[in-house]
Design a protein around this ligand. Structure first.
Ligand code: 3HC
Ligand code: NAI
Length: 694
């Protein structure tokens, strides 16, 4: 084997040159990989003993894309299009041999080969859209030529991967092989022996014809995906590039792709989304918990409480094949909870995401019990009963008696003190908060809450099991509301204050919706139910909440809340009576009425969140600013294309943020406007949250 570059080697076996890329962890296309491939191909072309070339990767995957860490830096060595041109123009057939994930620039490299083979577990995708980008090395022009326009639109605007079977069916690969290297070499030999042509995808035209005949395909696709892609630039640019593939010759399409790619790469959305990519991975790393910390082996799980959260949490475990026992206080509550779980699964059958067999297999993994003794042997217990400290402590004292030594004992409390819960046991080191978000089977965020005594093993296990059940875990410390809800509370205070000062709730909601949130705080309250925590017996019209409930408005559930809801379509219309009611209440309390602009509303909603985030960092409740961003993006719908509250504040400029907070603080007062010393210091030093590192 000859080394061609630091990560690429070449070996000639039976007249076939095997070019192997070995650039751990994911064989990203660093400059030495791009150079290595091109040099390897040139050497193989020059070697008369070589008849064909196989491009293969060592390690866990085929090339997973461009090296994202190189983005924004000076370009080094050959560009990817140059490397691709060397491959595509090779007079000897090149076969890409694919395992793991061929993603982004990786798939684009494979599409510059003349043929592609893969093992059946391989996956293929162009996920650039998730980084706020589009495939910038011909992918937008080649993929539709191979798969047809509809599939290319779906793959490129979602970034989702397809499996080997689907790739074979749509022509993206030529064959599925059992043994990758041997299979690819046999394929290459056959290509030589049988004189197959040197196929260049750039010359394909056939599969574009359907879209030429039906140009409305793009209008329909835009309409269908509008809701999902709202606010994002990249999906639209991906679509435009596919249109270019249909309407322009290949080389012009490539030029169009390059212009659009450069624009996205230089824009703030992609900067935010690339930041987020690394933030999500960083959140998994806990500085004082070494990577090799021993973990509890999780083979079985127990949940206490079959309600809204317990049922959803149980589904997460069943979804990945971990048997789970749900305990509730009586058979009726248990049956009700299990019924909801089944219904949720059946909804997935209706939408085509699961088969009935999948549902049966998952339900078979979920069993119910009314006695906590059933949890004696499970490896992890997650408590999700009512939010009462006394009840949680009673349960944890019981779990201490029942559960086997070393079992992980978690509470899904949304705000209670995890240390106090742990104090009910003789093993506080085994206790941790695992705060899921509703609906727990859907929402990605998992806030793991470390108590004072929580052991490294328990922390490492909670982080790992979170990832295993498909969540994005972030580790936080104990405080009221932890990170997410503590910050949410600040936004709520200001939203309510503004409503009392005369800003219509719908105007506040609209500003946040336009910023990119799925909904604003008032629409969210209507969805959750306005009567949560409202007691009709004790209600005396002394708060806005009491007034609204007393007027018979309980939110979406009865069609009236801050908005009125169409019984058929659930479309919402602002309710002028509510606006007047809140305004009158504010005036009766002597609240000064003000004029509002979109900018003021946005400032007053978002700046207290940033300020609170900074306080959370000062107190060491969050490990790093980017963890706060991960929490807000995955738990509360903060638009990823602005990077989360802390990244967003950096883009606004911390000096501007501080100046505005001082302004509002002087005007309005309130604890949430008290400037965080950390924020003040960073701004004074001309620094950013990102400069704090991680
Ligand atoms: N560049 C640089 N580093 C990368 C990388 C990339 N493309 N992809 C992954 N990594 C790093 C991760 O940051 C992580 O580093 P860490 O261990 O220091 O935290 C490490 O590789 C392992 O990654 P994961 O933890 O994500 O490992 P998984 O096994 O869970 O997932 C994966 C592997 C599916 C390949 C996933 O990493 C992934 O989706 N990567 C990004 C793929 C992508 O977006 N490709 C397109 C890039 S843009 C492009 O190609 C532009 C082109 O069109 C010109
Ligand atoms: P829920 O009211 O839907 O369910 C609670 C379940 O616990 C019920 O099935 C009830 O019968 C059961 N239960 C009560 N006492 C019990 C006992 N002694 N033994 C066994 N089971 C008992 O409540 P929900 O919404 O699921 O909340 C559960 C926990 O999750 C709470 O701590 C809540 O703060 C937290 N949480 C809730 C979120 C939400 O959006 N609903 C979000 C995140 C956390």
């Amino acid at each position: 084997m000859t080394a061609v570059s630091q990560s690429v080697s070449l070996e000639v076996e039976d007249g076939i040159a095997v070019i192997t890329i070995d650039n751990p962890p994911v064989n990203a296309l660093s400059s030495h990989v791009r150079d290595g491939i091109a040099d390897g191909v040139e050497q193989a072309i020059a070697d008369d003993s070589v008849t064909a070339i196989v491009l293969i990767c060592a390690g866990r995957t085929f090339i997973a894309g461009a090296d994202i860490t190189e983005f924004g830096g000076a370009s080094k060595g050959r560009s990817l299009p140059e490397t691709q041109a060397t491959m595509e123009n090779s007079p000897k057939p090149i076969v890409a041999a694919i395992h793991g994930t061929a993603l982004g620039g990786g798939l684009e490299t494979a599409m510059a080969a003349h043929y592609r083979v893969a093992i059946d577990s391989a996956e293929f995708g162009l996920p650039e859209v998730k980084l706020g980008l589009l495939p910038g090395a011909g992918g937008t022009q080649r993929l539709p030529r191979v798969t047809g326009v509809q599939k290319a639109l779906e793959m490129m605007t979602s970034g989702d991967r397809i499996g080997a079977d689907e790739a074979l069916e749509c022509g993206l690969i030529n064959e599925i092989v059992d043994d990758l290297k041997a299979g690819a070499m046999a394929f290459a030999r056959k290509a030589v022996d049988e004189g197959w042509p040197l196929v260049k995808i750039r010359d394909f035209d056939e599969k574009l014809q359907a879209a030429k005949d039906d140009p409305e395909i793009f209008t329909r696709f835009r309409a269908k995906t509008a809701r999902k892609t709202r606010g994002f630039l990249a999906p639209e640019y991906n679509i435009q590039c596919i249109e270019a593939a249909v309407n322009m010759p290949f080389d012009e399409g490539i030029k169009f792709e390059r212009e659009r790619f450069t624009e996205l790469m230089n824009g703030t959305q992609s900067a935010a989304q690339r930041y987020y990519f690394f933030a999500e991975r960083q959140a998994a790393k806990i500085p004082d918990v070494p990577k090799d910390t021993p973990q509890i082996e999780i083979n079985t799980a127990g949940i206490i409480g079959a309600g809204t959260m317990g049922g959803g949490i149980a589904m997460n475990f069943a979804n990945v094949g971990i048997p789970v026992i749900i305990v509730d206080r009586d058979q009726a509550s248990l049956d009700k909870g299990l019924g909801v779980v089944r219904k949720n699964y059946e909804r997935s059958v209706k939408s085509g995401r699961l088969t009935m067999e999948d549902v049966d297999a998952r339900m078979a993994l979920i069993s119910g019990a009314t006695s906590r003794e059933a949890l004696a042997d499970v490896d992890i217990v997650i408590e999700a009963v009512f939010e009462f400290m006394d009840l949680k402590k009673e349960i944890f004292a019981d779990l201490d008696r029942i559960c086997k030594p070393g079992a992980l004992l978690a509470s899904n409390t949304s705000a209670l003190d995890v240390n106090e819960i742990a104090s009910a046991t003789s093993r506080p080191e085994s206790v941790i908060g695992m705060h899921f978000f509703s609906p727990a089977n859907v929402m990605k965020l998992l806030e793991n809450v470390r108590g004072d005594a929580t052991s490294d093993t328990v922390i490492a296990t909670a982080m790992a099991v979170g990832k295993r059940i498909g969540k994005i875990p972030a580790l936080v410390g104990v405080c009221q509301g932890f990170v997410g809800n503590r910050i949410l509370a600040q936004r709520r205070i200001e939203a309510d204050n503004m409503a009392l000062e005369g800003a219509p709730p719908a105007m506040i909601d609209d500003v946040l919706y336009d910023f990119g949130f799925p909904m604003g705080p008032f629409a969210m309250s209507d969805l959750a139910g306005l009567d949560i925590g409202w007691d009709p017996e004790k209600s005396t019209g002394s708060t806005v909440k009491e007034l609204i409930n007393e007027s018979g408005r309980h939110g979406q559930k009865n069609g009236r809340g801050y908005y009125t809801y169409d019984p058929e379509t659930r479309a919402k219309t602002p309710d002028p009576e509510v606006v007047a009611m809140i305004k009158a209440f504010g005036e009766s309390k002597g609240v000064e009425q003000r004029e509002f602009t979109e900018e003021i509303i946005l400032d007053r909603c978002l700046l207290p969140m940033v300020n609170e985030g900074a306080k959370i960092l000062e107190e060491g409740i969050a490990i790093r600013p980017s963890d706060i961003d991960v929490i807000w993006i995955n738990g509360y719908g903060w638009p990823v294309y602005t990077g989360g509250p802390m990244f967003w504040a950096d883009t606004v400029g911390l000096d501007v943020v501080v100046e505005k907070i001082k302004h509002y603080s002087a005007m309005l007062g309130g604890r949430h406007w008290e400037l965080s010393p950390l924020l003040e210091r960073l701004a004074a030093e001309g620094k950013t949250f990102q400069s704090m590192g991680s």
